[in-house]
Ligand binder design. Structure first.
Ligand SMILES: Cc1cc2nc3c(=O)[nH]c(=O)nc-3n(C[C@H](O)[C@H](O)[C@H](O)COP(=O)(O)OP(=O)(O)OC[C@H]3O[C@@H](n4cnc5c(N)ncnc54)[C@H](O)[C@@H]3O)c2cc1C
Length: 196
């Protein structure tokens, strides 16, 4: 790469960031630009599959795509962008271990995604598990499995079956599934009050 090669910096290697880099690899001629993608995670999570992971229908690894394995011509940096100085076109990159550094860019693509919101529902922040990351999906799956095991041992009784039609996932909540029962009960209660 020459000093004048344009530098494209992609913030976030999720769905939008990954596809941006992937398409740029297809469209850019060799040496036409230097593409860097920065994400604290080394993989892209295909979030529409998370309900299936939570339901135990597919394995967690089937819902993630390794950035390094699939982006052969992109520089992959496993770190967080902690600052963007748009005026001077400089980004601050902070790794989980080690000192932050600054990098100049010519074009920046900001695709850092979103975070789960809990809405003003009392108790939800403390009791609920989000469904945004692979770790959360696996935690929900494990909790459900544990609850079903408990129920099968005769220790608790399953009292609610909620079918979340949009995702096609059937959730079984019981006394042992405190988090999900709380989420469902409080969530429906909040929506009832808000909509009425
Ligand atoms: C359960 C679920 C089901 C869904 N189902 C569908 C569906 O059926 N159809 C549909 O169209 N959409 C669906 N979506 C929505 C879709 O997954 C999102 O719209 C999409 O993932 C958004 O892509 P994104 O790149 O903006 O964000 P994300 O894919 O969330 O990626 C953001 C990335 O940025 C990284 N990041 C965050 N902060 C920083 C930082 N400071 N520095 C560097 N990197 C950072 C994160 O680690 C992450 O990898 C679903 C979402 C969920 C949660």
């Amino acid at each position: 790469m020459s000093n004048t090669t344009p530098r494209i910096l992609i913030v976030g290697g999720g769905y939008a960031g990954f596809y941006t880099a992937w398409k740029l690899e297809k469209h850019l001629r060799r040496g036409e630009a230097e593409v860097t993608i920065v994400d604290p995670l080394p993989y892209m999570t295909y979030q529409p599959f998370l309900p299936e992971v939570a339901a135990g229908s597919i394995e967690a690894r089937h819902s993630v795509v390794s950035l390094r394995r699939h982006l052969k011509r992109t520089r992959v940096v496993t770190a967080k962008i902690t600052g963007i100085d748009h005026a001077n076109k400089v980004a601050t990159i902070t790794p989980s271990i080690g000192e932050p550094w600054q990098e100049e860019y010519d074009q920046i693509v900001v695709t850092a995604g979103a975070v789960s919101r809990t809405f003003p529902i009392p108790g939800i922040a403390d009791n609920a598990i989000g469904l945004k990351t692979i770790e959360e999906a696996v935690a929900i799956r494990d909790q459900q499995n544990a609850a079903v095991e408990l129920e099968a041992s005769g220790n608790v009784t399953i009292d609610t079956i909620a079918d979340i039609a949009r995702t096609g996932v059937e959730r079984i909540s019981s006394g042992a599934l405190t988090h999900q029962a709380t989420w469902l009960d409080l969530g429906f209660d909040w929506f009832d009050k808000t909509l009425s």
